[in-house]
Design a protein around this ligand. Structure first.
Ligand code: GTQ
Length: 354
């Protein structure tokens, strides 16, 4: 399609042009024609790399970090999952931050708030809680927990065992927009003003308050989408009919108020793949963070296959053909910036027959 080719130029012309560029540079001017191809490329060239973090490795490093400093000292004891293509940039994909957080028995990760939205996907432990704007939410493996932009949040572990989860934040997106603000609470733990389960009862039962007004702007008012419910729904789907060739059995986490994605900058969903199932190739403009809460299998991107097991975290690049294979029954949590791209009219996908 793109046939436009600049005619070759001789050395003298090139030198004259360069002299002109050098002359205008101090005036903060630059020639578009030297960079146009890169500014409006024919299609995305993904910069992020596909990568997998083995849970056993992350867990062992986390145990070491646990002996080095407390959650209070660290404010958040997190090992950042850094995409190898972006060293030092705290990015798991081109646009999303991810990390694994640990809160040990008796610890508190003190209350703060920030304009970045956060989500938690619980990996290990049972019953430590996160307080979000006056409501306590107990966490269990497989739960999807939201922390809306500018909501106070602290994490408290009063159980006997360590609690670990995957954090995903829109840090790179907010940084790009230069919209980062944050504050510390004057108390380590915020006071709890509503009973546990209040949000789920009001918003997460297929019912809505009669005068429903969104308490958290564009973010779903449900703080915790418990895994037992999500799992039950997915297994019912799997019983009811065949899996979609490209998506398997997939449900997205929705905002009950408007049916949109649960969060304004991060689009989370969950996929069940029965043992032996391989998805047909898809590529989409969003880079995706994945973790298996159950099951083993492999993913193939750009012709390279990598095996995964429970709690491994992996990333699949934007605009790169991908397939997922389940060796045993798999439940996969996935999240991307798809919601942002959809709002901007940018999201695209392409699908091939199996
Ligand atoms: O739990 O509030 O992984 O503020 C990074 C920044 C977690 C949190 C992260 C944060 C948090």
């Amino acid at each position: 399609m793109d046939q436009h080719q600049a005619a070759p130029v001789d050395a003298e012309t090139r030198a004259r042009r360069q002299a002109f560029y050098d002359k205008i540079a101090p005036r903060s001017l630059a020639p578009l024609w030297e960079v146009l191809r890169g500014l409006v490329p024919p299609e995305p060239k993904p910069k992020m790399a596909a990568h997998l973090w083995r849970w056993a490795e992350v867990r062992a490093c986390m145990a070491e970090a646990g002996a080095l400093l407390t959650a209070e000292e660290a404010e958040r004891r997190v090992l950042v999952l850094e995409n190898p293509a972006f060293p030092g940039q705290s990015r798991a994909t081109g646009t999303l931050y991810a990390g694994v957080q640990m809160v040990l028995p008796g610890e508190v990760a003190p209350a703060h708030r920030h304009t970045q939205s956060a989500l938690r996907f619980v990996l290990e432990g049972d019953g430590a809680y996160t307080n979000v704007n006056g409501e306590r939410t107990r966490m269990r493996p497989g739960d999807f927990v939201t922390t809306p932009s500018w909501a106070w949040h602290d994490h408290v572990n009063e159980t006997d065992g360590p609690m670990l989860w995957l954090d995903v934040l829109d840090v790179p997106i907010v940084a790009f927009l230069e919209g980062a603000f944050s504050e510390h609470h004057n108390a380590d733990r915020q006071s709890v003003s509503r009973p546990e389960g209040d949000a789920l009862a009001r918003w997460g039962s297929g019912l809505l308050p009669i005068d429903a007004k969104s308490p958290y702007g564009l973010t779903s008012p449900i703080f915790n989408y418990p895994y037992d419910r999500t799992r039950e729904a997915l297994l019912a789907l799997a019983k009811a009919g065949p899996a979609d060739p490209h998506w398997g059995h997939t449900l997205r986490y929705a905002n009950p108020i408007d049916g949109g994605w649960a969060m304004p900058t991060m689009a989370p969903w969950m996929t069940h793949l029965p043992a032996g199932f391989t998805t047909a190739p898809v590529r989409s403009t969003d880079g995706i963070i994945v973790t298996a809460i159950e099951g083993t299998g492999s993913f193939e991107v750009g012709g390279r296959r990598t095996a995964f097991g429970p709690k491994d975290v992996f990333v699949m690049p934007n605009w790169t053909w991908r397939t997922l294979t389940a060796d045993s029954d798999c439940t996969l949590f996935m999240v991307s910036d798809r919601v942002v791209q959809e709002k901007l009219g940018l999201w695209r996908d392409e699908r091939r027959a199996a």
